[in-house]
Ligand binder design. Structure first.
Ligand SMILES: C[S@@+](CC[C@H](N)C(=O)[O-])C[C@H]1O[C@@H](n2cnc3c(N)ncnc32)[C@H](O)[C@@H]1O
Length: 219
């Protein structure tokens, strides 16, 4: 039987990888990751453990991924893992959070292949640590979103918003109107990590590897 591990590589720093992820990557026959113009952030994180291993970067057209692309990815993965061996599919953060791996995993369940998932430190958990913004205290309701939805704000005490590129200014306006404090955390754990609180600086920034943590104000 073939096997595929879905591996969360954490927010980017190599020392935030789990031991389990490292051990599995070291012995994998083939490594898969989404192709981001010939690069991949999760692959950079695990670079020192790759050696001369076979690495396959799988194409997912930016902004327009459809079912065919996932089927294609699942087929490549199934074909490239030798019988009796295992491969590892890398995702940033954790594989079960807004990740390509989830769709691939579902498609592979229809084939003769075992799947196992290794958790990674999610980006917003690392961002909470870096910025010392508590995600939850007793009794809090926490909201995780990759698209801002104003109507949810009155139900949450705190939130993490991933993928911040769209409509940042109006999002920050809404947060202020609803009495939420916020911090913008960019490239957490990486060399160029930045934590911004200044509204105009946050609006100007255009880095995809960023998120916003918000908490309802105390009064
Ligand atoms: C497709 S989602 C993947 C989420 C990931 N699976 C996780 O567990 O965090 C991509 C988004 O994750 C966030 N992200 C990932 N790594 C990050 C980092 N080092 N610093 C800030 N945000 C990060 C950004 O919001 C980015 O737009």
């Amino acid at each position: 039987m073939k096997k595929l591990y879905g591996i969360g590589t954490g927010p980017g720093a190599a020392d935030l990888l789990t031991l389990r992820a490292v051990n599995i990557i070291k012995d994998a026959k083939v490594i898969f990751a989404p192709n981001n113009k010939g690069k991949n952030m999760a692959l950079d994180t695990v670079e020192e453990y790759i050696g001369d291993k076979r690495v396959i970067l799988i194409d997912f057209p930016m902004g327009s991924v459809d079912t065919e692309d996932y089927i294609n990815a699942a087929n490549i993965i199934y074909k490239e893992i030798p019988e009796g061996e295992y491969g590892a599919f890398l995702t940033i953060g954790d594989s079960m959070i807004y990740s390509t791996f989830i769709y691939i995993m579902d498609l592979l369940k229809e084939k003769e292949i075992e799947i196992e998932v290794v958790p990674g430190i999610p980006s917003f958990v690392a961002a909470a640590a870096a910025s010392q913004v508590p995600l939850t205290v007793k009794g809090d309701k926490f909201l995780l979103i990759d698209e801002f939805d104003n109507s949810l704000l009155d139900k949450a005490d705190s939130f993490a918003l991933l993928k911040t590129l769209r409509e940042k200014e109006s999002i920050l306006d809404e947060l202020e109107k609803n009495d939420f404090d916020y911090k913008y955390i960019k490239r957490v754990s990486l060399e160029n990590e930045e934590i911004l609180e200044d509204k105009s600086k946050i609006i100007q920034d255009r880095d995809y590897i960023s998120l916003i943590l918000g908490r309802k104000g105390e009064n």
